[in-house]
Ligand binder design. Structure first.
Ligand code: PMP
Length: 400
């Protein structure tokens, strides 16, 4: 029957309902600030957002958005290639290109459309794509549509990438290599110096999805490639407006002039309505703020270091190094559900990740940090985890 393949999801939802746990699609009923709101009837610290710089609630971004809605209306009602290219979209493309110091930029309606659209279009039948095995779903969606030969290399393993490029021989010169800056599940950073070295040795085009690293890493916030000092080796940077910039939408920038023609070959650009001008306007203001206020990035990292060392100090299994995403790794799904619920009841709202959404077989309590968190809020989050240990829901120090 058509619906048989959904039975495991039907069963899982029934199990969650029976336990009264609602980790997927919990409803936010109020937002009090970038870091506090009411979720499912409880006042909570928002500890599982991607609001890395807290800009979703910045008064300047809100004002820009309101002014644009007054001027342009609520939506464009059409695609960029038809009636939906407003001067705001073009201005944001110019802003993004300028931010990255390159000549070419495309703005998309979502980050998912940017990544999947670029991956589906850059390579085609007869081409080869090499991608990190832990790539985001939007990358997988794109490469599958591309019709290219797909080769996965081991997560964050440049030796495995080099081995596979070597095997391609002359075909390596035209291969598309796809990686992310910061990986969203464990918060680990791609070893971009080694990846760029492999590209220099064997050839290929390098595509970096900086969704979680733009505004977060690099001297001026351009991301992991800037932090690694290898921007000259990068052919395409994709990213999103929905995380550090606090809006919605996505982009791709490139030094290659061909990007302007490629734009008209991307279904996810052509056959979808362009973003509302109000969203474009808040994004432009957010971009201006991240350029003008590098101290936001410093505050984010102070908070990230505090949370990482606090949770690691409790003996919990966390990612390999401090990062704005601090995931607590658990093996047991039941325990993960119980912990997520207990955290919510304690006023700390985090993300829960269970297979198959997590890349491997583990379960995660994914905490993320914002520049807008106060040190006291971070301490409250750490204390909530310590309370889970006291309650026997998490292994006590030394037992993880
Ligand atoms: N790429 C990566 C690596 C992501 O993590 C995400 C979102 N989680 C996206 C693309 C899609 O971005 P958006 O949610 O803004 O559409």
């Amino acid at each position: 029957m058509l619906f048989d393949k959904f039975q495991s999801m039907v069963d899982f939802r029934a199990e969650l309902a029976e336990r009264g746990v609602k980790p997927f699609g919990a409803v936010t009923e109020e937002i009090y600030s970038a870091t506090e709101g009411r979720v499912e009837g409880r006042d909570v610290i928002l500890a599982g957002t991607n609001n890395y710089l807290g800009l979703s609630y910045d008064p300047r971004c809100i004002a820009a958005s309101q002014a644009a809605a007054q001027r342009w209306g609520t939506g464009t009602t059409g695609s960029r290639v038809a009636n939906g290219s407003f001067s705001e979209h073009q201005a944001l493309e110019a802003d993004i290109a300028d931010f990255y110091g390159v000549d070419h930029a495309i703005v998309f309606s979502t980050g998912y459309a940017a990544t999947s659209g670029m991956c589906a279009t850059l390579a085609g039948p007869g081409d080869v794509i090499l991608l990190d095995g832990d790539s985001h779903a939007s990358i997988y969606a794109g490469v599958r549509l591309s019709g290219a030969e797909i080769i996965r290399f081991k997560h964050n393993n440049p030796d495995d990438l080099a081995k596979r490029l070597r095997r391609l021989g002359e075909r390596a010169a035209d291969a598309l290599i796809i990686v992310e800056g910061i990986y969203s599940m464990l918060g680990d950073v791609a070893p971009l110096q080694e990846i760029a070295a492999a590209k220099r040795e064997f050839g290929g085009y390098l595509f970096v999805d900086e969704a979680h690293s733009m505004g977060v890493l690099g001297e001026t916030g351009r991301g992991a490639a800037q932090a690694a000092g290898i921007e000259d080796d990068v052919d395409f940077v994709a990213g999103t407006f929905s995380k550090s910039l606090g809006g919605i939408g996505g982009f791709c920038v490139s030094p290659h002039a061909e990007l302007q023609a490629i734009r008209f070959c991307i279904n996810a650009y052509i056959f979808t309505a362009s973003s509302a001008p109000s969203v474009i306007a808040s994004t432009r203001e957010a971009l201006r703020i991240i350029r003008a206020e590098p101290q936001l990035r410093q505050r984010l990292w102070d908070n990230a270091n505090r949370l990482y060392s606090g949770l690691a100090g409790l003996g919990l299994r966390v990612g390999p190094s401090a990062s704005p995403v601090v995931a607590v790794v658990l093996e047991d799904r039941e325990r993960t559900l119980a912990c997520w619920q207990a955290l919510l009841e304690a006023g700390v709202y985090v993300n829960m990740v269970v297979p198959p959404a997590s890349p491997s077989t583990y379960c995660l309590l994914r905490n993320s940090v914002s520049a807008a968190h106060t040190p006291e809020q971070i301490e409250t989050m750490i204390a909530a985890y310590a309370a889970l240990q006291d309650a026997g829901l998490l292994p006590a120090p030394g037992q993880a």
